[in-house]
Design a protein around this ligand. Structure first.
Ligand SMILES: Nc1ncnc2c1ncn2[C@@H]1O[C@H](COP(=O)(O)OP(=O)(O)OP(=O)(O)O)[C@@H](O)[C@H]1O
Ligand SMILES: [Mg+2]
Length: 409
């Protein structure tokens, strides 16, 4: 049976609007849809994932694929996404030409754990760390830059295409969601800073719940990778918040299952947890619960206590920079939201206005796409201030933290 005999309008459930969206997304034929992956299709054609699967199944049956191929099709979800992931394939530092185990170890000892870390290093620091000549170091940096595509250009069209996939997660506090232009964005890191008790961890818990809801309810139908550095993740709080949603049949245990928490003991451990989370992310994608939220609460706590003296500030900043970069890459690859929290320190140099500023300063600030400053106000009210955003006006929203979770004032 020739697939050409069918138009995409012939697919059950596809009306003119969906057909148009499919064509715009490049799916002009039944054949093409048969060979696409559900996740690709549902992101590009803005249809539900289940609908996408049904469509692919139907198209497969029309193009003469048998049941075993349909099974294979399930797996090809990953194959399809792997195509996208191929460019961003995770290389280890052992993959660098000329780097054997001995140099790799020296590099790691010197804090160069990833290709990106080396790509952004200077030849002199690298040659010192790995005890290699500067010209070798230069070659290594060049190779890593090529692999990491650092300094590479994308066309506006490519950037636009990637932006089309950006999803928004709702806090389900209308004032906050409006301020954020619809919600917390994927493919970006949002940094929330504020003093103790300002509500950072509460928001993190709430979003860990909300992200699991289906898109129609403001979620992204995904799971959570949660790095907890201060031992403040509370399953009971998740339970209260799930109950607080008042959704019939919502089981807190099911929500807890999709939150993958790791407790970081040191800043190096914290970095490693993110670097190694790709395996988990791949696994989650296979299970149909792709990671859509990556939390680091708190981003700076361990760094702050370990790198106390002034003399170690540069090293701390370099590591934080690399860490932020790794979080960003993860979120970019899996179309997830990066959410990091940061405490503030008082800045004695400020005499007027607010004498607090976030830890990590510019490094964190420049890598985060959105910055939010949280403050406690009168009567239990909390202020959520959007400080820095590439495409939204700054502004404030207010909210309350109640037993059932975040609530409008
Ligand atoms: N079950 C609850 N019901 C009502 N309010 C709660 C509940 N749990 C926590 N809160 C509120 O949230 C506050 C704690 O906020 P949160 O843990 O988010 O602070 P934080 O900004 O993360 O602070 P830190 O910098 O110390 O981590 C508590 O002081 C309380 O006001
Ligand atoms: Mg906290």
């Amino acid at each position: 049976m020739a697939a050409e005999a069918y138009q995409i309008e012939d697919i059950p459930g596809v009306g003119p609007t969906t057909a148009e969206k499919l064509r715009e997304a490049g799916y002009e034929t039944v054949e093409k849809i048969a060979h696409s992956s559900a996740s690709e299709l549902y992101e590009l054609a803005e249809i539900g994932e289940a609908t996408a699967r049904k469509m692919i199944k139907w198209c497969n049956s029309q193009t003469g694929s048998d049941a075993s191929q349909t099974d294979a099709q399930k797996g090809s979800d990953d194959a399809g996404d792997d195509k996208i992931l191929m460019n961003a394939k995770r290389l280890d530092i052992e993959d660098i030409p000329g780097v054997g185990p001995a140099i790799a170890e020296k590099l790691r000892d010197g804090g160069f754990l990833t290709i990106e870390g080396i790509a952004t290093a200077t030849p002199s620091t690298l040659s010192e760390a790995a005890e290699i000549g500067e010209s070798t170091a230069k070659k290594m940096i060049k190779w890593c830059r090529e692999q990491a595509d650092i300094g590479g250009f994308k066309t506006g069209v490519e950037v636009f295409q990637a932006r089309l996939l950006v999803k928004k997660l709702k806090a389900l506090v209308p004032e906050i969601d409006e301020l954020l232009g619809g919600g917390f964005e994927t493919q970006a890191i949002t940094e929330m800073y504020g003093e103790f008790g300002s509500g950072k961890s509460q928001i993190v818990h709430q979003l860990s719940v909300n992200v699991q809801l289906p898109e129609e309810m403001g979620g992204l139908g995904g799971s959570v990778i949660y790095v907890d550095t201060e031992n403040t993740f509370r399953p009971e709080r998740i339970e209260q918040m799930v109950n607080g949603l008042e959704i019939e049949g919502a089981d807190p245990q099911e929500f807890l299952k999709n939150i993958h928490v790791a407790r970081a003991q040191t800043s190096d451990h914290q970095m490693l947890l993110i670097e190694n989370s790709r395996e988990l992310a791949e696994e989650l994608k296979k299970q149909g619960k792709p990671v859509k939220l990556v939390v680091v609460d708190s981003l700076t706590g361990l760094f702050r206590s370990e790198y106390a003296g002034r003399g170690t500030l540069a090293e701390r900043q370099q590591k934080l920079n690399r860490h932020m970069h790794d979080i960003f890459k993860l979120c970019d690859e899996y179309n997830a939201i990066g959410l990091v929290t940061n405490q503030v320190m008082s800045n004695p140099a400020v005499f007027f206005g607010d004498p607090t500023k976030p830890i990590g300063g510019n490094i964190v600030g420049h890598t985060a796409t959105f910055r939010i400053y949280l403050r406690k106000s009168k009567g239990g009210k909390r202020i959520f201030r959007l400080v820095d955003s590439p495409n939204l006006p700054d502004g404030e929203a207010t909210f309350l933290v109640e037993e059932g979770g975040l609530r409008p004032c």
